[in-house]
Design a protein around this ligand. Structure first.
Ligand code: GDP
Length: 330
């Protein structure tokens, strides 16, 4: 075995012993796109023990209180003896150069807990790239001993779907709204959510938060329940990240739903389906990358594309010709 891969295995062993510095290095390694780092990352991942954890996805538009909520809930979980990891997925960070967790003041109290680990969003070029890195980071933090993994994302684009597809329970955080209550929350995101939390239910905002919650609860009754889930799910609740009100109840709801799914067999079924879908996705992206990297194929593709454009060659025939040439090794 090559030296770098042996080193990666040793790093994996230190992660499994609960070493935080090794954890940070291991995640940096899986986030790297360098080919030699990918080999080492594979050796690392293969060396990591699989440990059971609850993976919770959390989304909500900027300003709704995601970091306040994670900090407050995370402190409660850490005090209760949990080990928590927070991973962020920010599809905008590649463009802006920043990230939703880039600001060091976010979750500063939680970040100081020995039983908590917070990782900002990797800078990325594609959402697919972030998805791979986040999936692998989940395995690293679980091997480190995190029994709760929170994957946070902002409410834009495709990132919610991606996070829902890598977590066990999906939570949508909402702000109290006036007037047109259901505004701004895309129906698709609401349909993905298991638990809707109306945050900021404190002080002058509390009555408004309760009304908003009732409106959403009504809307959720129109959504078909997920097969196997107990009655009353998906559900909506009010919380306050600022005062801590109802945070234990929110956690009990998340944990209770996970327990019910475990008992019904749907928890493992969802994990299996997620793994199979990821396998298919990895195969497709891997095939495309290898096709693109193959010497000679690029030339052939360009030549045939010109013929397709003029109508001299049918698109399907051109695609077959490229694939045949590739399979033959030319
Ligand atoms: P994020 O962008 O979703 O991570 O939101 P933040 O956690 O940064 O919070 C945005 C703003 O809402 C901040 O000014 C917070 O102080 C405030 N905020 C967050 N949670 C609450 C809450 O429960 N009640 C009230 N009143 N304000 C809150």
């Amino acid at each position: 075995m090559r030296e770098a891969e042996a080193e990666a295995q040793a790093l994996g062993a230190r992660v499994a012993e609960g070493d935080r510095r090794a954890l940070a290095r291991a995640i940096t390694l899986v986030e790297s796109t360098r080919a030699d780092h990918r080999d080492a990352a594979r050796a690392l991942l293969a060396a990591l023990p699989a440990r059971p954890a609850l993976r919770v996805g959390l989304t909500g538009t900027p300003g709704v209180g995601k970091s306040s909520f994670i900090e407050a809930l995370g402190m409660q979980l850490a005090a209760a003896g949990h080990r928590l990891a927070v991973l962020a997925v920010d599809p905008s960070s590649g463009r802006s150069g920043g990230s939703i967790l880039g600001d060091k003041t976010r979750m500063s109290e939680l970040a100081r807990q020995p039983n908590a680990y917070i990782r900002p969003s990797p800078s990325q070029t594609t959402l697919g790239g972030v998805a791979r890195r986040t999936r692998e980071a989940i395995r690293v933090v679980e091997a480190w001993g995190a029994d709760v993994v929170l994957v946070e994302t902002v409410g834009v684009g495709q990132s919610e779907t991606m996070v829902a597809e890598m977590t066990d329970v999906f939570v949508l955080l909402i702000a109290p709204a006036g007037g047109d209550e259901l505004q701004g929350v895309k129906r698709g995101i609401m349909e993905m959510a298991d638990l809707l939390l109306v945050n900021k239910a404190d002080g002058a905002l509390e009555p408004q938060a309760r009304r908003t919650c009732a409106d959403y609860a009504g809307a959720l009754r129109l959504i078909r329940p997920r097969p196997g889930d107990p009655a009353g799910w998906p559900r909506a609740m009010t919380v306050s990240a600022a005062t801590g009100t109802s945070l234990p109840e929110a956690w009990a709801a998340i944990d209770g739903l996970a327990a019910a799914r475990r008992a019904a067999g749907t928890f493992d079924a969802r994990r299996r389906a997620q793994a199979e879908a990821w396998f298919a996705h990895a195969l497709e992206t891997g095939l495309l990358a290898r096709l693109a990297a193959h010497p000679g194929i690029g030339d052939l593709r360009r030549r045939l594309a010109a013929q397709v454009a003029t109508g001299a060659l049918a698109p399907e025939a051109a695609a077959d010709a490229v694939l045949d040439a590739w399979v033959r090794g030319g």
